[in-house]
Each structure stands twice: as structure tokens, then as C-alpha cells.
Design a protein. Structure first.
Length: 179
């Protein structure tokens, strides 16, 4: 009875593990056939999934979140070769968009979300003093001043005396009958 349950459990686990790659290869796990890039206010899309039909590669559409259908977005015809097709939009305002590429045979090559960032403002430095010639003098002081061997020996002796005193106090506390 126990062996049967164990075999049943392990068999179900093996079956689930074997079905996982098949499930991931289905439509839900399919990789988009497009590549979307943004440079400033320009959005471009590249694909190699379309074939030319009647002189057309297909169309690419740039949709905002409020536009629900492919026909409402900014459509651009794909151009390119049999290896790579591309489209671009310039003057795109900052926001979140969805790029949809539909080939001329009616098959969707891919859909991908893209964020167009607002243009960055140049930073202005308010300091006009020249930088130090010896670099940053940070740290605990050892980098700013060179101490002699006598100072280092006295500091080492103080650390050693502190360690011995700490050991003596701890030993005395743990055994009250000893010195």
C-alpha cells in the first residue's frame, strides 16, 4: 500500500516535470518576435517574422493605454528586407505605450510594452573652486598625517595593556575565588 502511494506520487511528479517544457513552448510561453528600442522621443521596432505579400511587409502600431484597438494607434508601414523589417515613430511624448506588429498576411509578429522617459535636464554645478591637488583626505587620520615609529609603538602598547586587563577582569569574574 505504501509503495503504491509512493510510486503514484513520484509518477505524477515525473509527468508534471515532463509536461512543463511542452506547456512553456505553447502560446502563453512564446517569445515575442519583435525588438523595441527607445532613444529620447523616438521609438523603433525591429522584426524578422514578416514576409512580403503584394509589396507590403505589414504595419506597426504604437498604442497608448487609453487606445484599445490596433486601428486607433499611430500606424507606420514596415520597411526593410527579407532578413529584417523595421518601423519608427519620432516625437513621442513621455508615457507607457504598447507596440504591435502585424504582418501583411494578418499574423501578429509580436506585442511589447515600452516606456518613453521624459527628457533629462542638464545638471549645473554650483561650485567653482578648484579641486584639491592631493586628492581626498578622508579616513581616520592615518591618510592625512604620517606618524612616527614611537607613536605607533606607544599605541600598540596601549592596545596590548587593554587586552591583558580585559582578560584579567573576565577571568576574575568567572571564578570569584581566584586572583
Amino acid at each position: 500500500m505504501r509503495t503504491t502511494r509512493l510510486l503514484l506520487r513520484s509518477g505524477l511528479t515525473v509527468a508534471a516535470a515532463a509536461a512543463l517544457p511542452i506547456w512553456l513552448a505553447g502560446p502563453a510561453g512564446a517569445v515575442s518576435g519583435i525588438s523595441v528600442n527607445t532613444t529620447g522621443s523616438t521609438v523603433s521596432v525591429t522584426t524578422s517574422a514578416c514576409t512580403q505579400v503584394n509589396g507590403s511587409w505589414g504595419t506597426a502600431s504604437l498604442l497608448t493605454s487609453s487606445q484599445g484597438s490596433f486601428a486607433q494607434g499611430r500606424q507606420v508601414a514596415l520597411s526593410g528586407t527579407s532578413v529584417t523589417q523595421s518601423a519608427a515613430w519620432s516625437g513621442v511624448s513621455p508615457g507607457t505605450y504598447t507596440v504591435v506588429v502585424v504582418c501583411s498576411n494578418g499574423i501578429t509578429a509580436g506585442t511589447q510594452a515600452v516606456i518613453v522617459a521624459p527628457p533629462s535636464k542638464p545638471t549645473i554645478s554650483a561650485t567653482s573652486a578648484p579641486s584639491p591637488s592631493r586628492g581626498v583626505m578622508g579616513g581616520t587620520g592615518g591618510t592625512a598625517h604620517d606618524y612616527g615609529p614611537v607613536t605607533i609603538a606607544v599605541g600598540g602598547a596601549l592596545v596590548g595593556v587593554g587586552l591583558i586587563a580585559t582578560g584579567w577582569v573576565l577571568r576574575r569574574r568567572s571564578k570569584p575565588y581566584r586572583l
